[in-house]
Design a protein. Structure first.
Length: 335
């Protein structure tokens, strides 16, 4: 039996959400799922520790909609876990941030797809007052000394504003900026027109973001890379050597978020323990990968249907698909 450690969990503690983002993988806010009790969350986290757990990202949905969110963070910190809160920041305020600081929250990751309201609202439909409030909350996170990360999804709608978002992050002292290629899954499946030309994104990443790597930590998703350059990056499917799990509020466990879109769980926490799911031989002997991922690769030349143009790019063999779990740094993207 495999005895590999499980260092990281992405823990979706709710699928409730006060936003209706056009790309949401989990259709949060419209697809309601039952939620773990606090006691069940504690049970799962104790199991996680026994597997060598080190880090948990608390996400959703919008995790701040849970009344016991401070209790969840506090318990996770009592286990000496590194804890990141992933939020849209619309429900944060100075008092809540001070409380999170007291109980030891490490990182806060905030979604920001436009510093310009019109851009942002096309992707995350909200009013201008809320957008302004989010911007102020990002600044407050920095002021209070949190490791503050901005998460930006790369769309057609905000492609011309990506540098401005990065400028803003650098100016206010954000610790890290993650830029993630839009994937048409979940609600995103209804908005495929937002897919950015992968060549255009790779070029922008190289020409504009590489020179900024000394100003801010950057993590980038790029779905293609020249075949000759793939030795610099581990582009293989993450499921060939898993190192984290995605937990949804209904108890379903997935080895990556893409598999959640296809509803291919590797177990359910109401039926098995986290330990039993992680040690399941199907996850490690290639059976899960062969049954759930290979048919997609054969059909789309990736695990996601990016469309015919993308499929044709990969067919020519000058470029390879890069698993979107493989975040690249700027050095790896250099030609």
């Amino acid at each position: 039996m495999i005895k590999k450690n499980l260092p990281k969990l992405d823990f979706n503690v709710t699928n409730r959400c006060n936003f209706r983002c056009i790309h949401c993988c989990f259709r949060s806010g419209e697809r309601l799922l039952e939620e773990f009790s606090l006691e069940k969350i504690k049970e799962v986290l104790n199991d996680f520790i026994s597997l060598g757990g080190k880090r948990i990202d608390i996400t959703g949905g919008e995790p701040l909609l849970r009344n016991d969110i401070f209790d969840i963070v506090k318990f996770a910190k009592s286990l000496n876990l590194k804890v990141e809160l992933v939020t849209n920041a619309s429900l944060l305020n100075k008092s809540k941030l001070e409380r999170f600081k007291r109980i030891g929250l490490d990182d806060i990751a905030i979604s920001l797809d436009g510093v310009n309201y019109d851009t942002y609202s096309r992707i995350r439909p909200i009013n201008k007052r809320t957008h302004d409030y989010i911007i102020e909350n990002i600044k407050e996170c920095v002021r209070q000394g949190f490791y503050t990360k901005i998460n930006t999804v790369v769309f057609r709608s905000n492609f011309q504003e990506l540098i401005k978002i990065n400028d803003f992050a650098i100016k206010i002292g954000v610790s890290e900026h993650g830029l993630y290629y839009f994937t048409p899954v979940g609600r995103g499946n209804d908005n495929k027109e937002e897919i950015v030309d992968p060549f255009a994104w790779l070029e922008l990443a190289r020409e504009k973001f590489i020179p900024r790597q000394n100003k801010i930590k950057l993590s980038l998703e790029t779905p293609i890379l020249e075949t000759k350059n793939t030795k610099k990056v581990n582009i293989s499917c993450y499921l060939e050597n898993p190192w984290h799990l995605q937990l949804l509020p209904d108890g379903n466990v997935y080895p990556c978020a893409i598999m959640a879109f296809y509803n291919r769980p590797c177990g359910n926490l109401y039926e098995k323990s986290l330990k039993d799911i992680w040690y399941d031989k199907k996850l490690w002997n290639g059976e899960y990968y062969q049954q759930n991922v290979m048919p997609l690769i054969n059909k789309y030349k990736s695990c996601i249907n990016f469309g015919k143009k993308f499929k044709d790019i990969i067919k020519k063999k000058n470029y390879k698909f890069v698993c979107l779990m493989c975040k690249c740094d700027c050095k790896q993207l250099k030609k």
